[in-house]
Design a protein. Structure first.
Length: 152
């Protein structure tokens, strides 16, 4: 019997149960495995996506959010500086990654440190969507007692 590891299919959604969006999003991620990335839960309502983008500068990377889709693109300028490589193992090709964000997940910020692009996310549930406790009022003081009278 053959078993399939579906965990790569679960990697591109952040902040919610991804069962229905998984079926909708199959085949949409053309980027394959480049650049490698991590999705980490920092605490209850905060997440971080980290992409390994060695060789890319801040001006080579664009981050945008549209309709709950986080899109990260990177394109390095073709700089033929006359170098001859005996081995070139550091990939410098362009990339595009998309992540489907859950409702109420917002991008807090991004930073590029030591070749790692960190994108911080926060889930902010509006007050009207949060559960609230309803108190039960005891109406014992307002109970009226009717006395039986003879009807005519």
């Amino acid at each position: 019997m053959r078993s399939y590891d579906l965990t790569p299919l679960y990697r591109t959604t952040v902040g919610f149960d991804r069962m229905f969006d998984l079926l909708d999003g199959l085949g949409k991620n053309e980027a394959g495995g480049y650049p490698p990335y991590n999705i980490e839960r920092v605490d209850e309502d905060r997440y971080r996506i980290t992409l390994a983008v060695a060789g890319f500068s801040q001006s080579d990377i664009e981050i945008e959010v549209h309709d709950s889709t986080l899109k990260i693109t990177g394109a390095r300028a073709d700089g033929d500086d006359g170098r001859t490589f005996l081995h070139q193992g550091i990939a410098g090709r362009s990339f595009e990654r998309r992540y489907q964000l859950a409702d109420h997940v917002k991008v807090d910020g991004a930073s590029l440190v030591n070749g790692l692009l960190n994108i911080d996310l926060r889930r902010e549930i509006p007050e009207e969507k949060k559960p609230r406790r309803i108190e039960i009022n005891a109406e014992a003081d307002k109970v009226k007692v009717f006395k039986a009278t003879n009807a005519a």
